[in-house]
Design a protein around this ligand. Structure first.
Ligand SMILES: NC(=O)c1ccc[n+]([C@@H]2O[C@H](COP(=O)([O-])OP(=O)(O)OC[C@H]3O[C@@H](n4cnc5c(N)ncnc54)[C@H](OP(=O)(O)O)[C@@H]3O)[C@@H](O)[C@H]2O)c1
Length: 266
């Protein structure tokens, strides 16, 4: 996709990967519509973009709120006669074992509310425009951890896997009408989200700047997926030997968590 003259709607644009991706997409000529809850942070991203000669519009919205999402979608459709791409990047993560979640069904509801239903609602609202235009590209920010069996993120990963399935269905049903999609499987990225877990301070991670290039690639090149090599190998392993991979990975993750905990105490 040629970014010059295009309009890209980007959720989760107030910090982390989304904020960096917004700056890059705008630098390449896209008009970017920035969605998130924190107004000051959104305005800071918009100011950066405008200072570099780009065009950005901000939309303060809680995407876990159905009415607010419908209202922001109506505004986007009204204010932008052409919308080329939607990047469903807003998200929240919860790191908690299933054993510690027995009385916490709300964790599963909270992650679904933003990671799944928020993205689905916005996509459905913009879809008639994509079909009318004969084009529209939908990108989602997912995780390497849906490609391999990883413990302690069941609520988060279930919501991301659900969104992946929805996104694949979108292309399967509407690809012939020009609606395409990309799933981006990020590895760990150093942002507010990952640094909320103290033991991850010691883990090597991708920078938000580098991770943002993955979203730019997803918008511009529109591949079916953007993945790391370990993620692709994990998927292959799970397709060929799911039992072996699932069993072998369990002690590895327990050891990794202990090692990270020791390092973060040092
Ligand atoms: N960091 C990682 O290691 C990693 C790895 C794999 C995948 N990802 C995915 O990458 C995406 C971006 O995450 P990040 O790492 O850049 O974290 P981040 O800096 O915490 O960004 C999350 C973004 O989502 C927005 N958001 C959260 N809840 C929202 C709501 N209810 N309504 C509207 N916006 C909401 C936040 O904005 P407000 O708080 O202003 O609303 C923020 O802009 C997420 O989908 C995440 O799951 C991250």
């Amino acid at each position: 996709m040629k970014l010059s003259g295009s309009t890209v709607v980007l959720t989760g644009a107030s910090s982390g990967i989304g904020a960096e991706a917004a700056r890059k997409l705008a630098r390449l000529g896209a008009t970017v519509c920035l969605l998130a809850r924190r107004e000051d942070e959104l305005e800071r991203v918009r100011a950066d973009i405008e200072a570099s000669g780009g065009v950005a519009h901000t939309y303060v919205v809680d995407l876990s709120d159905a009415d607010a999402t419908a209202a922001v979608a109506a505004r986007l459709l009204h204010e932008h006669p052409r919308i080329d791409a939607l990047v469903n990047n807003a998200g929240r993560s919860i790191r908690r074992s299933i054993s510690d979640s027995l009385e916490r069904v709300h964790d599963y509801e909270r992650t679904m509310a933003i990671n799944y239903f928020g993205a689905v609602r916005l996509t459905l609202a913009l879809l008639p425009r994509f079909v009318e235009q004969g084009y529209g590209h939908v990108v989602i920010s997912s995780s390497l951890s849906t490609q391999v069996p990883i413990p302690l993120f069941s609520a988060y990963l279930a919501s991301k896997s659900a969104l992946e399935s929805f996104t694949r269905s979108l292309t399967a049903e509407l690809g012939h009408q020009g609606v395409t999609s990309t799933v981006v499987y990020f590895p760990m990225v150093r942002t507010e989200m990952s640094t909320a877990t103290p033991i991850y301070q010691a883990m090597p991670m991708l920078s938000a700047d580098k991770a943002a290039n993955w979203l730019v690639k997803a918008v511009v090149d529109q591949p079916t997926r953007v993945t790391s090599i370990p993620g692709a190998m994990g998927e292959l392993g799970m397709a060929m030997l799911p039992g072996v991979i699932t069993k072998a990975s369990q002690p590895l993750f327990r050891r990794m968590d202990k090692r990270l905990a020791r390092r973060s105490e040092d």
